[in-house]
Write a new protein. Structure first.
Length: 396
């Protein structure tokens, strides 16, 4: 999948007269594709990723520069973890340069700082860990966006999640801990740190566990969160919990329901009716112009379903809001071969959408599979789960 995404990004970047927005989409997509390959152990891709990121540090787009600094921090951390170096100095130097991008700092930048703090702590680099915490606090003090500031402040205490992170890693490797152990660690974290940071972390962890199909653990985690956070004067942790659980339950309970109402036309201007796809399995893929990887994953699913063309139809749903974002999305949709719907068209005052809200879509990647009878077969959060379900629905 990583190579396919890389090829798609490079094809985009080779187009003549590429405007700045499209170039930024291509650059970010290539960075993400190379990062994915590097994470899977592709050393050549890792080397290309580092060189490519370094070459873009003087790019005119400050957000591209920020993304490249974020990648270079991750590369330095990988070197430390693979014992290519035993000195944390490179990590600290890269973090300091990333911190200088405060005006355009984003959640990904803050999360790589959090990762650095946890890895340095795990490897016993006390001084480097302390310096990383100092950098995070400095960045937090200069951030004006309230949500990013809260994230930075919550990361300050993220060493609390070491045990759960270890269990998450084991689950992603196919060796999840037992339900009782999960409940014990979730309750420990929530009880010792009953705050917004813990609620946000546990809600995010549950999304990853849901993507792995660990539904019982997700249910138990939400129940523990409600039990602990209901006793707090601060309502924010409980609000985060209830919002995340409500979306989770919508995703689970949507299975078997009729296909939701959709716009009468696509972003490309064509008429759209679910009846036109009767007898086929529809793969509904959500994407955003701000997250190019969510769109490039369509190519991977298109390749996977190539031999199922008579039985599978891909439809995409853009979830961007606002006239400017929709204009950019419409321009990109015009190049697509699949029908593309808009979840939030500019001509509608209602801010909710049945393709999003009723199905519990709160993050991407997300895919809804609709069966031949136009019933929802599943709302899925990972490529692997999508492929598994399509095999069951299509293959004998």
């Amino acid at each position: 999948m990583g190579r396919l995404k890389q090829e798609a990004a490079e094809s985009l970047l080779r187009l003549p007269d590429l405007d700045p927005d499209a170039e930024a989409v291509g650059i970010r997509a290539r960075l993400q594709a190379l990062s994915h390959q590097s994470a899977l152990g592709d050393l050549a891709a890792g080397a290309v990723l580092e060189d490519y990121s370094a070459s873009l540090l003087t790019h005119a787009n400050p957000e591209i520069v920020r993304d490249c600094h974020t990648v270079l921090v991750a590369v330095a951390l990988d070197r430390l973890q693979t014992a290519a170096t035993t000195e944390p100095n490179e990590v600290i130097q890269k973090l300091e340069k990333l911190a200088m991008q405060t005006p355009v700092i984003d959640a990904s930048s803050l999360l790589v700082m959090q990762r650095a703090m946890m890895i340095l702590s795990q490897y016993g680099y006390t001084d480097a860990t302390a310096r990383t915490v100092e950098i995070i606090r400095q960045v937090a003090s200069r951030i004006t966006d309230p949500s990013l500031r809260k994230l930075a402040e919550s990361i300050d205490a993220s060493s609390r999640i070491a045990a759960l992170e270890s269990m998450r890693g084991a689950a992603m490797s196919g060796n999840p801990a037992g339900l009782e152990q999960w409940v014990q660690e979730v309750r420990r974290l929530a009880a010792q740190h009953p705050d917004l940071g813990s609620a946000q972390y546990l809600a995010g962890l549950n999304l990853q566990l849901e993507a792995l199909g660990l539904i019982d653990i997700c249910n138990a985690t939400y129940e523990v969160m409600k039990d602990v956070f209901a006793k707090l004067e601060d309502r924010e942790p409980m609000e985060v919990t209830l919002s995340a659980q409500t979306a989770f339950l919508k995703r689970q309970q949507s299975v078997g329901l009729a296909v939701p109402h959709s716009p009468a036309s696509t972003l490309q201007g064509a008429a759209f009716r679910w009846e036109d796809f009767a007898g086929k399995n529809v793969v509904l893929i959500y994407w955003s112009i701000e997250q190019p990887d969510s769109l490039l994953s369509v190519a991977a699913l298109e390749e996977f379903t190539a031999s199922m063309q008579d039985q599978v139809q891909i439809v995409t749903v853009n979830i961007d809001r606002g006239a400017e974002a929709l204009q950019r999305a419409r321009k990109l949709a015009a190049t697509m071969v699949w029908p593309c719907l808009s979840a939030y068209p500019a001509d509608r005052a209602d801010d909710s959408d049945p393709l999003v809200d009723s199905l519990g879509i709160i993050s991407i990647p997300a895919v809804v599979i609709i069966d031949r009878n136009q019933k929802i077969a599943g709302v899925l959060l990972s490529q692997e789960r999508v492929e598994e379900m399509l095999r069951r629905l299509v293959l004998p």
